[in-house]
Design a protein around this ligand. Structure first.
Ligand code: ZN
Length: 693
């Protein structure tokens, strides 16, 4: 039975391109789900858009000396292109800087304001006096009050996923100036989450205990168990949607208030374009609303946004929020700042036209119930051992043999053997098996069932050996090829949600839609013949090609280069001595001198006794450089001498000053020589500072 679905995928934040973690966590599963629902005859609005407000964008703009609008324009285009390239079949991809969104979010706020759903509060917020600015969200970092992570942001800890207020941070620090912020009074509007606690308990904790994923349910439960507090929905900031009520001057809506409303405005934009009624997709109880997100967004989609929708009063609530865990890359957390990622534009450059390979590898290894690791070796194995050796190999054999034996015309079968009947019956079961996995958001399992169907085909051909029977039994060969062609046809349909580009190619190879013999998802189960005898298929074309070790090695080398670059950037500078004042420095009387005489101090290893002409006098200086220099080598050298160091006796000889020495990059002791460029300070990174010698 046809149903109406509103499927949303997390709005990507517009301060950089998309990487494989985003694809695996949100967009590929959401796309599989949406494509599947469309194939099974449902009414689907698959909605997404760029999230273009918030502090990180303004920080990035400041850093790059451009406007926030420049930043979002740039990355909106890049991200949108990536989604198109990878076949993410959004019905609408909008952006939150669009006018329709500003209006929708503004109205939403005003409705809640008019219904007295906000608490107005003058509170003390963190303020950076030097930057003349309140420090909301990412403008402040500090220690997470929950897990102790020291780099937590003002609105959320990326380590434990906890969302909090900036004033909750321990040891807060301004991200603009590095200063310790002060508290300053400002008025804001808060959404009293505590007021919605009972409803959230009943709706999620009691209502969705069984059908929501345990990782999602568990996080929500722990949130509610901790007790919910009012959350500010406005910010002192100039980039965003202006607060549309009196007293809101100079303030904007909190990005996490406006972003999820972006799903609604993107639906409106789409409905206007398509001549549909957007309210059917957001206000009709018979519509299923599903949010696809990553685990870092659970609190916003399961607590804050539902509380907003509930407070507004006319909206439906999500039926499910199938959040994924995180994908790691080669054993390490994906990181934009450390460039530890596989960026989609880069992938496409290195693997042109191989979008389905990545889609498949990410689905087969999706972080559905726990964090998972993407490795290039696994990617290669998924391609070579599954897509090439099983799926591609089966299709290729069927198409090549059909062309070879029958000029591409599907042969008329004779009596079906028991094996044939069992095989065809097994094919008929696949739509149900795959549906059942998809409908429970088990996309890994679903992708493996699809591969099992290809395995079935491969095994059938290997067992029935048409390339042998063609010499002995023409009628049997026709039957075997007929059965194999039915399996190929089923694969073409059932692979569409997972491998849309391959499915399309297969459609062309089997000449399905061009000759009007296409089948629906349900047809695979219900029809006895998918590809009728007499139908002419096209020529063979390789669906997948083997990925060689050297191609994989290039990717591993890229990551290794990232790792090296990071290590170089993070190399710790050796601790320096305590800071001194300029006054301290001017106390030093340093002069250029010439070493006139030098001899070893008897019975010592390290000491030389030098006679030095300092320009004002000739004096004796004992210097601990005998292990590095022979006496005869230093005579005549021009050196820097600290002449006002208090005299002290060494082995009975009074030393009346100090020769300044330093180390070169190789760690050798060298003179601070006025005639060469040997530096006096450690500033250029070559020397390691003055040595007391
Ligand atoms: Zn934390």
């Amino acid at each position: 039975m046809s149903k109406r679905y509103t499927i949303t995928a997390a709005l990507p934040y517009t301060n950089g391109p998309i990487h494989i973690g985003h694809l695996a966590g949100v967009y590929v599963p959401a796309d599989i789900y949406s494509r599947y629902l469309r194939l099974t005859g449902n009414d689907v609005a698959f909605i997404c858009g760029s999230d273009e407000h918030g502090v990180p964008i303004t920080i990035k703009a400041k850093k790059e000396g451009v406007t926030p609008q420049d930043i979002v324009d740039k990355y909106h285009a890049v991200i949108k292109q990536s989604f198109e390239d990878f076949g993410i079949s959004f019905d609408n991809y909008s952006r939150t800087s669009a006018k329709i969104h500003h209006n929708t979010a503004s109205e939403f706020f005003k409705t809640l304001y008019d219904k007295n759903e906000f608490v107005e509060e003058v509170s003390e917020q963190l303020y950076d006096a030097e930057a003349n600015q309140f420090l909301a969200d990412r403008f402040v970092t500090g220690t997470c009050p929950k897990c102790g992570f020291e780099e937590a942001y003002g609105d959320q800890c990326e380590n434990c996923g906890t969302s909090h207020n900036a004033t909750d941070l321990i040891n807060p620090k301004s991200a603009i100036t590095g200063n310790v912020p002060t508290l300053k009074e400002t008025k804001h509007w808060f959404l009293p989450l505590n007021k919605h606690e009972q409803f959230l308990k009943e709706w999620i904790l009691e209502g969705h205990k069984k059908d929501w994923k345990p990782n999602v349910y568990g996080q929500v439960k722990s949130w509610i168990d901790d007790g919910l507090r009012p959350r500010a929905v406005t910010r002192d900031l100039d980039w965003g949607i202006p607060v549309p009520v009196e007293g809101g001057e100079g303030k904007v809506l909190y990005v996490w208030f406006d972003a999820p409303i972006g799903y609604i405005s993107a639906t409106k934009e789409w409905a206007e374009r398509e001549g549909k009624n957007w309210e059917d997709y957001w206000k009709d109880e018979n519509t299923s609303l599903i949010h696809f997100i990553g685990k870092d967004n659970i609190v916003f989609h399961c607590i804050i946004f539902p509380a907003m929708l509930k407070a507004e009063g006319s909206y439906i609530l999500p039926e499910n929020v199938p959040a994924n865990e995180f994908l790691n890359l080669e054993g390490n957390k994906l990181s934009t700042s450390k460039n530890w990622a596989v960026w989609l534009p880069d992938y496409l450059q290195d693997f042109p036209n191989q979008q389905d390979v990545l889609r498949y590898a990410l689905t087969a290894n999706a972080p559905e119930s726990k964090d998972n690791d993407f490795t290039w070796k696994d990617f290669q194995a998924r391609n070579n051992n599954e897509l090439v050796a099983i799926f591609g190999n089966f299709i290729n054999r069927v198409v090549v043999l059909t062309n070879k034996y029958y000029n591409g015309v599907v042969p008329e079968p004779s009596d079906l053997s028991l094996v044939d009947q069992e095989t065809l019956a097994a094919v008929k079961a696949y739509p149900h098996v795959i549906s059942s996995s998809i409908e429970r958001y088990r996309f890994r399992e679903a992708s493996q069932e699809l591969m099992n169907l290809a395995r079935l085909g491969n095994k059938y051909l290997a067992d029935e050996e048409p390339w042998k029977t063609i010499k002995t039994d023409e009628e049997r060969t026709k039957t075997v090829m007929f059965v194999a062609l039915q399996i190929a046809s089923a694969l073409g349909v059932l692979s569409e949600p997972f491998l849309p580009f391959t499915s399309k190619k297969l459609d062309t190879i089997l000449a399905v839609s061009s000759s009007g013999v296409e089948n629906s998802w349900i047809d695979i189960s219900e029809k006895n013949i998918l590809l009728p005898a007499g139908h002419t298929i096209g020529k063979a074309e390789l669906l997948f090609s083997k990925i060689e070790d050297k191609t994989i090695q290039l990717q591993l080398d890229k990551l290794e280069a990232s790792k090296k670059a990071n290590e170089a950037a993070n190399k710790t500078i050796e601790p320096q001595k305590d800071e001194i004042t300029f006054d301290d420095f001017t106390k030093l009387d340093i002069r250029v001198g010439t070493i006139l005489e030098a001899e070893k101090m008897p019975k010592t290893k390290k000491l030389l006794v030098l006679k030095v002409d300092t320009g004002i006098d000739t004096r004796t200086i004992v210097s601990g450089i005998a292990e590095s220099f022979k006496p005869e080598d230093v005579i005549g050298k021009r050196v820097s001498v600290l002449v006002n160091l208090a005299p002290r006796k060494l082995r009975g000889v009074e030393s009346q000053g100090m020769i300044l020495m330093t180390e070169n990059a190789q760690g050798d002791l060298v003179f601070v020589n006025p005639d060469t460029s040997t530096p006096l300070s450690a500033g250029d990174g070559v020397s390691n500072g003055l040595k007391i010698s």
